[in-house]
Design a protein around this ligand. Sequence first.
Ligand code: PEP
Ligand code: MG
Length: 746
Amino acid sequence: MPERSDSDSRKLLRRLRDSLALPGQGQDRLDRITHLIADSMRSEVCSIYMFRDADTLELCSTEGLKAEAVHQTRLKLGEGLVGQVARMGKPLNTADAPAARGFRYMPETGEEAYSAFLGVPIQRVGERLGVLVVQSKAARIYAEDEVDALEVVAMVLAEMAELGAFNGDEVAPAKHTHPVMFRGGTGQEGAAEGHIWLHEPRVVVTNPVADDPLTEIERIREAVAKLRVSVDDLLSAASLDKEQRQVLEAYRMFANSRGWLRRMEEDITRGLSAEAAVQKEQSAARARMEAVPDAYLRDRLHDLDDLANRLLRILTGQGRDTGAEMPPDPVLVARNIGPAELLDYGRKLKGIVLEEGSVGSHAAIVARALAIPLVIHADRITTEALNGDPVLVDGDQGIVHLRPEETVTRAFRDKMAMQAQAQERYASLRQLPAQSRCGTITKLHMNAGLMADLPSLEHSGAESVGLFRTELQFLVRNQMPRREELVRIYARVLDAAKGRCVTFRTLDIGSDKVLPYMKPQDEPNPAMGWRAIRVALDKRGVMQMQLQALIRAHGARPMTVMFPFIAEGSEFREARDILMHQIARERNLGHPVPESLRVGAMLETPALAFAPDRFFREVDFISIGGNDLKQFFFAADRENERVRRRYDTLSVAFLDFLRRIVARCEATNTDLSFCGEDAGRPIEAMCFAALGIRTLSMRPASIGPVKTLLRRIDLSELREVIEAAMLNGDSVREPVVEWLSAQAGD
Ligand code: PEP
Ligand code: MG
């Protein structure tokens, strides 16, 4: 077999490009391509398999295999050698295909006659499109330069597919035109209709094949030089701490890596344009990213991915600052996004859809605070969506309809209209108490975390802020906020509350909430690790500063503070002592101090429910943090999609546990509230109220539905239903829901 020269490869690419420029349908084009490649690679067979759906590959064109097999032969991802190439995202090269592991015999193709097999993935920045295969009768391993050449061809095919060159019913449905539904997870409930706004718009490479490699090499060198300068600029920013510097140093190392530039230059020599060479490297990094389990390595591959994006933006002038106009009803689509970037977009977003993310991620916290519907884990939406595409976001179900059919849109609008009507009904209850038919009043408070939440106090009809999470002001900055800044923020929150109580929870960091400027702790179980009050007591400076800010912001106003994640009485005592010390200090400095003070503890660890009576008598109130309490009660990670919904809040075990907490609080005359997400779910909320929890704190949007339900029912009757159901069965949910339906029929 003669050595292929780079100019062979370039010639093939040019022939390919010219052939693609000829008129014809997708099928004609593919057939011409397989013919060309087989000829140029001196192989009897060349075949192209494309994905029909996420799991199925179909033989779409062949030179050399039996023509009857085209559009008939199908393989699952991972099935046969072709399926393996698609799954691994890298080439497979064997001299004896029938003997290779995983070979699958497909009689309709007649491929048993061919011994040598080389398959390469057709992929575009991590999006699997298909597999390109050459086969020959002679048992031989394809040479390295042949593998490289075929990969380059596959890259061009991927770009051509992206540009719609093969569209047609038979081969590939036109991309980015059909309706697609994504099933992800709920990050924030709510429904939204709007148009796509991509956080990182796709860069479109219009010419993957270059005529003049020297010019292209010049271009890539210039672009890489610019990239290096921009990374150096990042590094010279004065405000970087040691950790950030280390991360950026690693990033710079990649940007300066000779291997990276060399590989791209080699691909250009084989005929790719500078942009296509960058994308080929990026595809390879993405494919490796999916395969490596090691988090550190994945982060480094992320760096490479990010650098490739920057390089593409430099080369094409496309990207974030394209001058494209944001639609009036933008739905943000991104792989992931940081809290600060999300806050920059602010309330103008109608919805948010992420490929990654988790319920407890910072982005989800911000989305929740801004009450913007959020769907997480919408796999591959960034590769499918285009700026301006119509989209429906169903945050309740965790579903996204991209370019929806008319009927879906109509049904969705009906649902939104019904929700809007319900909101109107809730508004009419705003001034009324959540008084049940038995006469019991349940106090409904709201959870907040941003200044922007405060107007909801008026709209929702909440009595006060039952939980103000103070993490966000710390999370969204690149450095520790200064005390004076916090004083201003807290004072504005209190002013906006117009005399209604705001229960400030001191900083709960650690676990999923990692401050960008604090050394990350490499802990095996961060949720059970060094977090919240544990950090505060070990590193007192931050809590002292926060408490000083809270005291100053309150001035003489009554103050309510609670400490998160208390596991035993001594932690509460220590934290309260620090608070009292700070109050004394402020007084000595001549500052006004709160005229009254309530200090509470969050009950988020089962241990605290069994604390000695002394603890219950010492606290002014207890607030059950059900999100954490439930995860520790059931040993089920609240961030793990596989297990987080597995256990029912209304299980007999959990309700019995809550009942004991209520009894202990009643016996010691301690105020009790519940502020986890479950307090905002009407069925759960009414059960908590029936068990004697008289204060519930929830998302503002939940106040209306919870109040409506509480006003309809008799809590003492419900308690009887619960008590009876607890005697048999694992969960009271079914009997409670049945009882409720019977009420509706009254
Ligand atoms: C909780 O754990 O229920 C709670 C309210 O705190 P967070 O969700 O902020 O951990
Ligand atoms: Mg918590």
